[in-house]
Design a protein around this ligand. Structure first.
Ligand code: ADP
Length: 608
């Protein structure tokens, strides 16, 4: 028996594994099972051309056997096995891409390994995270004699001839002793091992057997044809795997062949996860390479604006041993991601057209996310997302799409009219909506604080420009009751401004008011909604953003005559009117009055 040294690089990685305090050390099982599965694949492949392989497909299996007394776990396969040379080259030297990449990353990151171990197929060496000694008994296909390889870590390994009946490999792990902080014995527990197999290796194509029972399901639901995976089964799979008690709104099945082959099963959740709009929510899809899970949440597969989508992607074209950083750059992943984006959009559009009720419930949950998607990155994705937006229609009294709005536009109507307000009720009461409604035009009530930014970003839809009902020029002749001019009323308007001081930028005679005596408009780029939005997010003191408020008066209204009369005959009363009108304008715009007690006493004074 000869004692040999590990190659220097292997030694370094082994050291890391042996001394690992990494909490995810349970992945050792995934790694060893995946090696065993590969070894079976290889023998199975040989058997296609070599009829001396006496096994048939049904005979292949991987067994996992814990032994509590001996404190060992044995993982066996009847795959291709290893020759002496292969034992040396495969287990003594790091030659494989995954491990090499691991080594390079280690060099970059220094000794902080905690976050990278789990991202790699660190493979065989991961056994040393839980074992103080690893024994490999193997017999290569075509050899008459087996070999035994033993190592207790970085100091080296031994290889000797060993009797073994059949081809394949047994890996025996002698567990490290438990200590105050570390519980290795948990891996001897039957239930624990089964749950790890289910968790990481459920979809390995070969049976993984414990006792007499096969633990893994072997054919994953996303690999089955549609008639063998009815929606109910998919929903059940979703609820079990993605910790949601609500049925998803829909399931998207993808079976792609071409530049990159992959299968995917994606779900649009039916309910908003409690942490969805917080930083605690981790987006991403489960990523499998040839049936082995390589990442639990691969965020690169899903664009930010569809981050609510959950599901699984499985591709034989992805390498198992690849770091997260490298994976991000692989061409295959990018192809899959862009394909997935299109499929999700198509599914949502399909829902919108064919099952509007379902789409509505989806939109109530995740519409806000889509709106953020329109605004983010300077509108880079607005073309993709604009068809999916819904807004409240004044005419229909429900949420409608922009396409519906445009389709139902009146003869001669040029613009898509919208009104931003905190709620539908406030929007309905906005004096500015009256002339548009009277004209027979529908108005979209925009009640999310992001909406105005969405509209600014879109600027038009199907060649129809958006127009705010607050706009001075509504694009048509308004039949206003307020026909007087500012010039005729300058002394009164100056008086109003003087009385109200900083509360307003100016007062003017409205050209748009119909039945309301007053409304609050703005001048300049900052609207009232923007003012509300900016002031709701933290900002430095004294940096408050304020819209330039304009108090618009309806000169055709009896209230205006009353104001004018008071201005000419009773200045004190006129001042009182000014304050009340300004406060009423605020209330109609959905804003609080500056001083409720002053407002109240102004009204009481009137009643006296
Ligand atoms: P990787 O699987 O990433 O190539 P590992 O360190 O896990 O790296 O394994 C190194 C090599 O050892 C494998 O590529 C394979 O050739 C060989 N090997 C490991 N386990 C087995 C096994 N159970 N049967 C046959 N060969 C194996």
């Amino acid at each position: 028996m000869i004692k040999k040294q590990f190659q220097t690089e292997s030694k370094r990685i082994l050291d890391i594994m042996v001394n690992s305090i990494y909490t995810n050390r349970e992945i050792f099982l995934r790694e060893l099972i995946s090696n065993a599965s590969d070894a079976i694949d290889k023998l199975c492949y040989i058997s296609l051309t070599d009829d001396k392989v006496s096994l048939s497909r049904e005979d292949y299996r991987i067994t996992v056997t814990p032994d509590k007394t001996a404190r060992t776990i044995t993982i066996s396969d009847n795959g291709v096995g290893m020759t002496e040379e292969e034992l040396e080259n495969n287990l003594g030297v790091i030659a494989k891409s995954g491990s090499l990449q691991f080594k390079q990353d280690m060099a970059e990151k220094g000794d902080d390994t905690s976050d990278i171990i789990g991202q790699f197929g660190v493979g065989f060496y991961s056994a040393f995270m839980i074992a103080q000694r690893v024994t490999v008994i193997t017999k290569a296909y075509g050899e008459s004699m087996g070999r035994r390889w033993v190592s207790s870590g970085a100091e080296g390994y031994t290889i000797e001839e060993w009797d073994k009946d059949s081809f394949g490999t047994n890996i025996i792990l002698d567990l490290k002793p438990d200590s105050e902080n570390e519980d290795y014995s948990e891996f001897l527990d039957d239930w624990k091992l089964r749950s790890l197999i289910k968790k990481y290796s459920d979809y390995i194509r070969w049976p993984i057997v414990m006792g007499e029972e096969t633990v893994n399901s072997m054919v994953p639901i996303w690999q089955r044809p549609k008639d063998e995976a009815p929606d109910e089964d998919c929903f059940k799979f979703y609820k079990e795997n993605f910790f949601d008690s609500t049925d998803p709104v829909s399931v998207i099945r993808i079976n792609a062949e071409g530049m990159v082959s992959y299968k995917a099963m994606l779900f649009i959740p039916g309910a908003v996860p409690y942490d969805y709009y917080t930083t605690g929510y981790e987006p991403g899809l489960k990523l499998y390479a040839s049936g082995v899970m390589i990442m639990d949440k691969c965020a690169d597969l899903i664009p930010e604006y569809f981050r609510f989508v959950r599901g699984v992607v499985d591709s034989p074209d992805l390498s198992l041993n690849i770091s997260r950083e490298l994976l991000q750059q692989t061409r295959q992943l990018k192809v899959i991601a862009s394909n997935i984006e299109k499929k999700i959009k198509a599914e949502l559009k399909n829902l919108l057209n064919k099952e509007p009720e379902k789409y509505l419930s989806f939109f109530k949950s995740f519409g806000l996310q889509l709106k953020y998607g329109v605004v983010n990155n300077y509108g880079a994705k607005k073309e993709l997302l604009q068809d999916l937006l819904l807004f409240y229609s004044a005419r229909e009294e429900k949420l409608i799409s922009l396409a519906e709005y445009v389709k139902n536009m009146a003869e001669g109507q040029e613009f898509i009219y919208f009104a931003c307000a905190d709620s539908v009720a406030v929007a309905k009461g906005l004096p500015q909506t009256e002339p548009v409604r009277n004209k027979g035009y529908d108005i979209l009530y925009m009640t999310d604080s992001i909406d105005e930014f969405v509209v600014n970003m879109l600027s038009e839809y199907m060649e129809k420009k958006f127009k705010s009902v607050f706009d001075d020029d509504l694009g048509f002749e308004v039949e206003s009751k307020s026909e007087d001019t500012d010039e005729n009323n300058q002394p009164l308007l100056d008086f109003v401004k003087e009385t109200l001081g900083d509360k307003i930028h100016c007062a003017k005679i409205s050209t748009k008011l119909v039945s309301y005596p007053v409304c609050l408009g703005t001048e300049g780029p900052v609207t009232l909604e923007m003012e509300k939005y900016f002031n709701s997010i933290p900002h430095e003191d004294g940096q408050e953003i304020k819209a330039q408020r304009v108090l618009e008066l309806n000169s055709g209204h009896p209230v205006f005559s009353a104001l004018k009369n008071a201005f000419e005959n009773d200045r004190e009363r006129a001042e009182n009117y000014c304050h009340i009108l300004s406060d009423l304008a605020l209330l109609l715009a959905g804003l609080p009055v500056d001083d409720p007690s002053e407002f109240s006493s102004n009204v009481w004074n009137l009643m006296k």
